[in-house]
Design a protein around this ligand. Structure first.
Ligand code: NAP
Length: 339
């Protein structure tokens, strides 16, 4: 496990240990705590000497790379570990698609352009919100893996939004915490808008099933299109927290005109037509199981109640709307509706 102490990597480690696998984690010891039972190799993936020391500890059945964001950095790990494992699993993202979040997408949809040896400065966020430098660079990371590892030994997974216990981004933790406070809650857009978040434990399950089955190729990982709606998500948040919250659904147009930041100020709210139109049929046919969203919400609330905190990084702090601004927007919305 490259990483293995945060949200996604942690879930893969947790499940791998539960299935009786021997797990080695490689990280700097900063982001979190290694789980009991893993063999720890301390090191920085940006340091060639550390990668060499890691590679000497193999061989392994598989490398799972959850912490690759820069093509040149992923290329270095892919090269250092080729021949030291049977399989390289790269955790990518749906943001690699040129058409995200505008068009319906499958695994064969065109990808963003990025060289396999690009450095951290390559690319930039488009002012319109997409593409992002993150998506551009992840596309380059995929190319780096494919350049080094044979096609039948490389597995690329492209998750959409991932939720669940230990979430370090702060999306579902924010919604749960907000709804737990109660009162009038600004619920964005159309309540019947389809969403497709996937549970982190189901991402881990697919990755480990694929490793155990010797699978290669590229797979989108999202909940099936059309299964869940925004209203489902917020209603389950209300049910899980038991809060006396009144969901006030406010039009997209009103929120856009008010300058509310999509995706972050109201997490998961995005008006682009393809944000939740990613096909996961290939993964579902290969055995992906997506637990009910209600379970993801309930288990995340249980984790928060037990003292869980989203990782204290700048990303988590970036999510959620200011309470005063939320109530001002609701007042404006109520005044507009009554007139
Ligand atoms: N969250 C979502 O909704 C979502 C959606 C789609 C795809 N994804 C993908 O899912 C993955 C998220 O993975 P994650 O939750 O496990 O968290 P992460 O933040 O990507 O990875 C953190 C892990 O990597 C280690 N790490 C970071 N920099 C390192 C370095 N230079 N050298 C060695 N280790 C390093 C960290 O430990 P130390 O800091 O201690 O070194 C930690 O264990 C990403 O690849 C992301 O693109 C996420």
């Amino acid at each position: 496990m490259l990483g293995g102490t945060r949200f996604v990597g942690r879930a893969v480690v947790d499940l791998a240990l539960a299935r009786g696998h021997a797990v080695t984690t490689f990280n700097r010891g900063r982001a979190g705590v290694d789980m009991a039972g893993v063999a720890v190799v301390r090191g920085d993936r940006e340091d060639p000497g550390d990668l060499e020391r890691l590679a000497a500890g193999g061989p392994w059945d598989a490398v799972v790379d959850c912490s690759g964001y820069v093509p040149a950095v992923v290329a270095a790990a892919a090269r250092a570990l080729v021949g030291r494992a049977e399989r390289y699993v790269f955790v990518s993202t749906v943001s690699v698609y040129a058409g995200w979040p505008v068009e319906p997408l499958t695994e064969t949809s065109p990808l963003l352009a990025c060289p396999a040896d690009a450095g951290a400065d390559y690319g930039a966020d488009d002012p319109s919100g997409s593409p992002t430098q993150y998506g551009i660079q992840k596309a380059g990371c995929e190319r780096a893996v494919h350049l080094v590892w044979p096609t039948d030994a490389a597995l690329i997974v492209r998750p959409g939004v991932i939720l669940g216990p230990h979430e370090s981004v702060g999306r579902l933790p924010w919604w749960l915490s907000r709804i737990a406070v109660g009162g009038r809650v600004l619920a964005p857009g159309d309540p019947s808008r389809v969403i497709q978040p996937i549970d982190v434990r189901d991402v881990a399950g697919f990755v480990l099933d694929a490793v155990e089955a010797g699978r290669a190729g590229v797979f989108n990982l999202t909940a099936p299109v059309g299964r869940d709606t925004f209203s489902d998500l917020l209603s389950w948040c209300a049910a899980a927290t038991g809060a006396a919250a009144e969901l006030v659904w406010v039009d997209d147009e009103f929120l856009v005109a008010a300058g509310v930041r999509q995706w972050t100020e109201l997490p998961l709210w995005r008006t682009a037509p393809g944000a939740w139109a990613v096909s996961s049929r290939r993964a579902l046919a290969a055995g992906l199981v997506c637990r009910p969203l209600a379970d993801t919400v309930g288990d995340t609330w249980a984790w928060l109640q037990a003292g869980g905190v989203a990782a204290p990084d700048e990303q988590a702090a970036f999510h959620g709307i200011d309470p005063l601004r939320e109530q001002q927007l609701l007042d404006l919305w109520a005044a507009r509706s009554s007139s």
